[in-house]
Design a protein around this ligand. Structure first.
Ligand code: NDP
Length: 276
């Protein structure tokens, strides 16, 4: 019985078990394979991972706060995982731990159109922004990065060959007329899922009224209700991808690594959105 899991802290709200178990059932593997959520504290993470192959696990997703530790403890890592500096997917075979980062490929797979030659504005400079910026830059996109703490945007831009975005409107916001793709990789909007107090959407330097049909917006934040940014962008005719679609696509990429099979995207989408 091959076993899979997602490890994080907290993890009880994760949609990955529902999404992956629906996919395994759709693939006809539901009676053999399983996917569970495992809550683990940072101090116990490495030991927990090392014990998993003996317990029948063939792979695992890793989420906050363990993505850096997952890469650090791996025996081999893909080029994206090494460049991004974090892993969200581990595979166990022959006593070795292999690390991959499917946040980057999942993000690319979710885009409404290929990013090559486009101009992107990435909001945020944390872990998910690293995966997004790496994915875009390696696919020939011109990337500007804005972050609440500007020094982190400067550092990320230097590291990956992007540029830091500075307020360029008289009202202190960022011009979006010459941008094709806007990605929210900040935690603004996450209150939609956690029920916690959400930072004010106006803390992002974007004028929703300036968005339109020429824009694509990806908001990594997701939850039970649409984020303010997603709502505003849709209302103005922008092509919008929400965080659940990105979650589905990164999960699909992980499942392909573990099973070697084409993942059933629609079944995963329905389960992630709680429609099954
Ligand atoms: P990090 O903690 O690594 O980074 C958080 C980022 O948000 C930083 O850039 C931080 O800026 C910024 N930020 C925090 N509060 C505010 C605020 N009030 N105003 C403006 N900026 C703010 O988080 P992650 O990169 O891991 O995650 C970011 C978001 O992406 C989360 O909502 C997460 O759930 C989501 N996510 C979704 C995924 C998906 O599959 N859909 C995958 C991964 C993440 P500063 O540097 O100034 O602190």
């Amino acid at each position: 019985m091959p076993k899979l899991a997602v490890l994080g802290q907290p993890i009880s709200h994760s949609r990955s078990p529902a999404m992956h178990n629906a996919a395994l059932a759709e693939l006809g593997l539901g009676d053999e394979w399983s996917y569970e959520a495992i809550e683990v504290a940072p101090d116990h993470f490495a030991a927990r991972i090392r014990a998993m192959p003996r317990e029948g696990f063939v792979g695992a997703n890793v989420t906050v706060p363990h993505k850096l530790a997952a890469l650090a403890l791996s025996d081999m890592a893909s080029e994206p995982a090494r460049a991004i500096g974090a892993a969200n997917t581990l595979s166990f075979a022959s006593g070795r731990v292999a690390a991959e980062n499917t946040d980057a490929t999942g993000f690319l797979d979710a885009l409404p159109e290929p990013p090559e030659g486009g101009r992107a504005l990435v909001l945020g400079a944390g872990g998910s922004a690293r995966a997004v910026v790496w994915a875009l830059v390696t696919h020939g996109t011109s990337v500007a990065i804005w972050n609440r703490t500007p020094a982190r945007a400067d550092g990320l831009a230097r590291e990956f060959g992007a540029r830091a975005a500075k307020a360029n409107r008289p009202d202190g916001l960022l011009r979006t007329a010459d941008i094709d793709l806007i990605v929210n990789a900040t935690t603004v909007g996450m209150g939609a899922s956690t029920q916690e107090e959400d930072p004010d959407p106006r803390s992002l330097p974007i004028d929703a009224d300036a968005l339109g049909e020429t824009h694509q917006l990806v908001d990594l934040a997701y939850g039970a209700v649409e984020t303010e940014l997603v709502r505003a962008a849709k209302a103005r005719g922008a092509r919008v991808v929400d965080g659940l679609e990105v979650l589905v696509r990164q999960g699909a990429a992980s499942l392909r690594i573990w099973t070697g099979l084409d993942p059933p995207i629609e079944a995963m989408r329905l389960a992630a959105r709680g429609s099954t």
